[in-house]
Design a protein around this ligand. Sequence first.
Ligand code: 3PG
Length: 373
Amino acid sequence: MKFGLKSIKEVENLQGKKVILRLDLNVPEENGQIKDDFRILKLLPVLDFLRENGAISLVISHLDAVGESLEPVAQYLNQKFPTTFFKDIFSEEVQQKMKSAENGEVILFENIRQYPEEEKNNEDFSKKIAALGDLYVNDAFPASHRKHASIIGVPKFLPHYAGIQFEKEIEHLSLHDNPERPFLFILGGAKFETKLPLIQKFLSKADKCFVAGALANDFFKAKGWEVGRSVISDIPFDRSILKNEKLILPTDVVVENGQGVEAKDASLIAVGDKIVDAGPKSLQQLRGLIKEAKLIIWNGPLGFYENGFNQPTLDLAKMIGGSVATSVIGGGDTIAAIETLGIQDKFTFVSTGGGAMLDFLLDETLPGIEALK
Ligand code: 3PG
């Protein structure tokens, strides 16, 4: 495997082995129900593999917020196979269970962020967790950009392996190393200040780099165009990037103003306009680029997806899904779009990572990968 990592599939005898399995079960919940099981479904292969090979899976995961509970996830998993849930990983109950657990059992612990030591990467905390297991597996790619105890601390104290989805993420997100060409990189969403280095990097790696969403607004402004009330970051950057012929910006956009919503050329924005989406001519531009491309990497929506400006993003998803190019896509809104359309299987690979996908594309590694080396 890339980076010389060892896969959990290489371990010969897992019978009765206690595996500290770090997963990313950080899924949206509402009233105790899971709203989107995309990430969980991608982690069933590693759980099935460990169960079938007689390992005892000790599953650790986080949820974004400290007070949130993984209990709904335990109930969800319990419908697939028996899953025991413990609220406190360090309780006497857990110690007892470690003595009686049967081969193939799955045990899930409550949100690891309930312990402040997790985010501080406290060494004693990592040691205490490691003491429960015989080996450690990271199948939490979306959390592997975090320098947290369960990602980089615990593997120091146990033989460590990459999980099944983790390996797939690395393989597919590395396809740009030696890309099929033309290679089209599409980046949308917001946060120009954090995504600018990625744009700069892919302007040299890709053949075309289409920058959309709020990210494009900073470029429009740098061209000297009016951007009205649109979201911009206003960070200073080297304007020579605008002369790079690989950089493609939307030719037209959808704006919201006192009159309602309308499409306009990006160079004709008025003071009262707020850019909220890509326009129809921009979609035509994308159609042409997608038709030619052999490799497409896409992350981030074309507009304010969560505010209902989603049609151009859905159209883009359909175009990429229908193309013959190798396609690697990811990001929360991007995944929401393909789930709305039910076209998950039309892409070569759908990454489970949001921030981790972007960090990996930029840095070509993650703290969680380094910890497994
Ligand atoms: C994600 O959803 O991006 C990962 O689960 C990481 O979550 P975090 O941003 O709360 O660390």
